[in-house]
Design a binder for this molecule. Structure first.
Ligand code: 5GP
Length: 196
């Protein structure tokens, strides 16, 4: 009997401020085969965020208990907080016949690339001065944390060759169109895309 085609897991990565979230928000409504994975984090909820939508907001104790119980596909310490992908999120989305879309910092993205079959990693990049401007404009982090994020971003920019695809986000509509093209081609190659 023919096997079900394997659903790819898409990982969008890159430095904070590169615009990963914006590009994902533009592309998601256009590709019904995709569904976003909701990560867990210990970082404080921002005013516009809702628990269970952008993140599952966990206390440090609950997060660490989930780590000990083996519930995470990957997790990292990032600028003083923990972030992780729950195995249950990936299982839930795949059970719905969807290709999960993960937005991760680079270390977690490399971990998924190394451990998950059919992972497709996409690095979103932007010039450092533009990253800095976007992080300042977002202004939800304390000044110290913005400085840490910029330092981390500089290091992460050097890692882009480790990923399957790179999308330069200078112009967000052009970048979203590139990202959409990459995902559609990968879905087609995996034989999982509905004809359209
Ligand atoms: P933010 O605090 O701005 O929402 O996210 C900070 C960074 O953590 C971003 O680069 C984001 O992509 C990353 N991130 C969010 N969720 C996860 C996760 O589950 N695992 C990993 N490794 N990184 C994550």
């Amino acid at each position: 009997m023919a096997q079900e085609p394997a659903l790819p897991v898409f990982v969008v990565t890159g430095p904070s401020g590169a615009g990963k979230g914006t590009l994902i928000a533009l592309v998601l409504p256009e590709i019904p085969e995709l569904a976003p994975s909701v990560s867990a984090t210990t970082r404080p909820q921002r005013p516009a965020e809702e628990d269970g939508v952008q993140y599952h907001f966990l206390t440090r104790e609950r997060f660490d208990a989930a780590v000990d119980d083996g519930h995470f596909l990957e997790w990292v310490d990032y600028v003083g907080n923990r972030y992780g992908t729950l195995n249950s999120e990936i299982d839930r989305l795949r059970a719905q016949g969807k290709a999960p879309l993960l937005e991760l910092e680079t270390e977690g993205a490399l971990r998924v690339k190394d451990t998950v079959d059919h992972a497709v990693t996409i690095f979103v990049t932007a010039p450092v001065d533009e990253l800095e401007r976007r992080l300042q404009a977002r202004a939800t982090e304390s000044t110290g944390e913005i400085g840490d994020r910029i330092d981390t971003a500089r290091r992460q920019l050097e890692q882009q060759a480790d990923f399957d695809h790179v999308v330069a986000n200078d112009d967000r509509l052009a970048a979203a169109s590139l990202l959409k093209g990459i995902i559609l081609r990968e879905l087609a190659a995996a034989g999982t895309m509905a004809r359209r």
